[in-house]
Every structure is written in C-alpha cells, then in structure tokens.
Design a protein around this ligand. Structure first.
Ligand SMILES: [Fe+2]
Ligand SMILES: [Fe+2]
Length: 309
C-alpha cells in the first residue's frame, strides 16, 4: 500500500444540543411526543447547558491540532425536534470546515419518535454529512454508507438508532439487510489496504466488556461484533454510553472506541485517531475546565495494516 500523509480524525458524540422548550412546536408535544418521556429527557438538559459553547471550543481545538476529518456518532439533540436539529446543525457547522469535512449519523435522540423519521428531519439538516462514495455497497435502504478519504481511510456509517415510543426503552438495532451489506462492504476490494472505521451510534458492549441492558443496548450487538472480527485493520467508533472508553475484545484485531459525550458536564470525552504509514493510533481527549486537551501519554496503537506485522 502507498504510505501517505497522516490523516487526523476527531471522533466525538452525544453533544445533546437543546433549545428552550418554548421553541419546540406545540404539535410536537401533543399526541406524537410523550410528555413523560420528554420531561425525563429534558431533565438531562442541565448536564448539557453549555453544549454550544463547548462545541465551539472543540471546533477550535480541532483546528489548532490540525484535524483533517471529524466524525460524530449521533445524539446531537435531546428530543429530535426541528428547532433542536437546526441548532445542532449550526453548532457543528465549524467541523465541516476541516479539510476532509464532517461525517455525522443520527442517534436515538435525533430520531426520538416516528415523526422525526417520517419527516426526515435529520436528513434535512445533516444530509450533507451523510454522503456515500460507494453507493454500490449500500443495502436496499441506502445503508451502510462508505466514505473514502485519501488513499488510506474508509469510514463506514451504520444506522443503529430508531424511534423508541415507549418511555422506558432506548435500545437500538441494525437492520439485518444493512448488517449483511456491512459484512460485504468491509471485505470489498475497494476498501482493501485502508483503515476501516465503522461508525454507529450504539455500543456493542459496555465499558466492562459486558452486553448492555436490553432496554438500553444494541439488540444485535453480537452480529455487529461478528462483522468487526473480519476487519483486519480498523476500529468501531460509537456513542450512546456517556463515557469514553476503549475495548480490545478477544479475537478482534479492531478495537471498539466509545467517545462518550463531548459536552456532558464533568464527563467530556472524545477520541483523536491518527492514521499514517500503515499504522493507526488513538489518543483519548478530555476537557480540563478551560478547554479540550489530549491525554498524550495514553496514545496507543489501534493496529497495523496487513504486511506491517
Ligand atoms: Fe446520548
Ligand atoms: Fe443515545
């Protein structure tokens, strides 16, 4: 494979940008949007009070560190309403100015109820970050989507979030046909020799390596890990669990990197991934109370391309 320039990727997630409840249309509160569930979700808002300011800080950090690409794995909003998606799109717009742009996929809060999906609200505000460079690899519903960056990187986005009208449930699932297409895509010759980053909202495992609760986790997590086991050089990046962590699971060459939430008060985290010369490294990032920083001592190998041992 060609040894080319470094590609620096900022992976962040779960920024949960909200707007004052009064700005959410009444039609969203009656019938369609369950007030009980909404109250529960809005209680979270106090943890995300400064999401917009923090996103501005993170974008400045990305620029100062020379990020080439930003990848956001969902939960950009709290209730998936039009005003929230509009505010979130404005807040993440600076990341699209990175040389290779921004890739963003929906989380369960962005497709909170069926109305969000029916009206294609996420596509309306984030469609420009949902591109596909190899449409032939998508399943019948247009996913997964493969983005090719330079000669060395492929980002493969997968939908795992869906509306959960029941208040007590926030689980996810990857449609079987999308998973079949993902399985074929990661071993497609067009991705050969590239660092393959699979990006989805849901975590296949918790921080301790155990499956998540059935009311909160990814229903077909094992099937996703089965696909990941076929990736020789790459990683899986996700959000949903608001803690940044890395898992190196037995039998898998590609680690699982959970970004946590980039903006939740006191828990801010993200990943900084560098791909260069057939090697990839991941460095955890945090917020020190004034701004975002890298935990440089914790920089660790993600993997090496075939032939590099
Ligand atoms: Fe979240
Ligand atoms: Fe989530």
């Amino acid at each position: 494979m060609a040894l080319s320039a470094v590609v620096r990727i900022l992976h962040f997630s779960d920024v949960h940008v909200d707007v004052p409840a009064a700005r959410i249309p009444l039609a969203d509160w009656f019938g369609k949007r369950l007030v009980g569930g909404a109250n529960h979700a809005l209680r979270r808002a106090r943890h995300f009070r400064s999401s917009r300011e923090k996103l501005a800080q993170l974008a400045q950090f990305a620029q100062a560190e020379g990020a080439d690409l930003a990848v956001c794995t969902g939960d950009l909003t709290i209730l998936g309403t039009e005003p929230e998606l509009e505010a979130a799109a404005a807040a993440v717009a600076p990341f699209a100015e990175r040389p290779l742009g921004l890739v963003a996929i929906p989380g369960n809060h962005d497709v909170y109820l069926p109305d969000s999906v029916r009206e294609q609200r996420f596509e309306k505000h984030f469609g420009k970050y949902l591109g596909n460079d190899v449409p032939a690899l998508a399943g019948p519903e247009g996913w997964p989507r493969v983005r090719l960056f330079g000669a060395d990187v492929a980002v493969v986005t997968v939908r795992s979030a869906r509306p959960n009208p029941a208040v007590w449930r926030s689980s996810g699932r990857i449609e079987d046909r999308e998973l079949d297409a993902l399985r074929a895509a990661v071993s497609d010759p067009r991705l050969e020799g590239r660092f393959v980053m699979i990006a989805t909202h849901y975590a296949p495992r918790r921080e301790d390596g155990t499956p998540d609760r059935w009311t909160h986790g990814l229903e077909n997590a094992d099937a996703l890990l089965g696909v990941l086991s076929t990736v020789r050089w790459g990683c899986l990046v996700h959000g949903h669990i608001h803690r940044r962590f890395r898992l190196d699971l037995p039998g898998l060459r590609a680690p699982v990197l959970g970004a946590g939430s980039a903006t939740q008060e006191g828990r801010e985290g993200f990943w900084w991934i560098e791909v260069e010369g057939g090697e990839a490294y991941a460095t955890p990032g945090f917020h020190d109370g004034r701004g975002y920083r890298l935990e440089r001592d914790a920089r660790a190998l993600v993997g090496r391309a075939a032939g590099l041992g």
